[in-house]
Write a protein that binds this ligand. Structure first.
Ligand code: BTN
Length: 315
């Protein structure tokens, strides 16, 4: 793939490709077919040689790494055409010692996971399915702040590319345009009581989807649907990882209040909205901002309650 990309739109003979990657011409044919099955547009055939018909918008390490120079991610990008869940890849790799900043990207997930028992719709090469490994020095309760920082980074990346869109953060892990969700974040960690060992932040962004399965149609949107034009996933992914790098560094240098304040500024639901919370049998009330650890507070008839993990729905 890299060989064809380096000679984009030029026809490269099967013999040259075979000798450069140390294999035979029939193996090259098999690999070309495999890439075509994965959606890469390659013209030509064994007799003429092969060429990339257009530069594919794939999240390849060779394409992303130069765009991410100077960030914690640049040297640890892993790309998969198809996997179960990038969060599983990242959790396994982290348990085996993968360094901070390792990024796992997939073109397609066959078992994308959301919060609770939810699935994450992960159609091929339309969204961004990305999981990163962090090793912050912090107590487990502070991991929520990382999730909030990730939401802010998604918002920042969208605004950098199209300032007409104003993404709305929904505590703790969703990013919306209008009333509809285009991004979900699943933060998982392995920790001791006082110390985080590793955190995996999984980010799913609907970028170029034009349709969704019927059960999602009423609640999901994509950047393309919101703007009416196709987005470069490479450009967006690079902007997102750069914003995350900045947000993560800032979190380690600045008081947490700065993060909480920024989150509240960009969330229409964190204060003054009537909600129902599916936690401890469920309760209703009006949102009243975040506490100093980043948990949502809700004013109920029995007093102020802190939401720890439940789903919060406006009513
Ligand atoms: C949610 O909204 O419930 C969270 C969705 C998180 C989806 C992302 S896609 C990349 C990573 N891999 C997964 O299996 N899930 C996260």
């Amino acid at each position: 793939m890299k060989l064809l990309a380096d000679h984009a739109t030029v026809v490269v003979s099967g013999t040259k490709i075979a000798s450069e990657i140390g294999t035979g011409r029939s193996e090259v044919w098999r690999l070309v077919q495999q890439l075509r099955d994965l959606g890469v547009e390659i013209g030509g055939h064994p007799a003429t040689g092969y060429s990339l018909t257009s530069m594919p918008d794939l999240l390849l390490p060779d394409i992303l790494a130069p765009l991410l120079k100077g960030t914690i991610f640049a040297d640890h990008i892993h790309h998969y055409y198809k996997t179960g869940s990038t969060n599983n890849l990242a959790m396994d790799a982290a348990a085996e010692g993968a360094p901070e900043g390792s990024v796992f990207l997939a073109e397609q997930q066959t078992a994308g996971r959301g919060r609770g028992a939810n699935q994450w719709h992960s159609a091929r090469s339309t969204g961004i399915y990305c999981s990163i490994v962090l090793r912050p020095t912090m107590p487990p309760a502070d991991a929520l702040l990382l999730s909030l920082v990730a939401g802010l980074a998604v918002r920042e990346a969208v605004q950098e590319i199209d300032a007409r869109i104003h993404p709305d953060l929904k505590w703790p892990n969703d990013v919306l345009i209008g009333e509809k969700k285009f991004c979900g974040i699943l933060t998982e960690m392995s920790a001791e009581v006082t110390r985080v060992r590793q955190v995996v932040i999984g980010i799913g962004v609907n970028v170029n989807q034009v349709t969704f399965p019927s059960d999602l149609q009423a609640t999901a949107t994509s950047l393309r649907l919101a703007t009416g034009s196709e987005w470069s996933r490479v450009e967006f992914c690079a902007a997102l990882l750069k914003a995350l790098d900045r947000g993560y560094r800032t979190l380690q240098q600045q008081p947490r209040e700065a993060v909480l304040r920024r989150f509240s500024e960009h969330s229409s639901s964190v204060r003054g909205v009537k909600v129902r919370v599916d936690e401890n049998g469920g309760f209703e009330g009006t949102t009243e901002g975040l506490d100093d650890r980043g948990f949502l507070q809700v004013r109920t008839t029995q007093g102020l309650r802190t939401v720890l993990s439940g789903t919060v729905r406006p009513i």
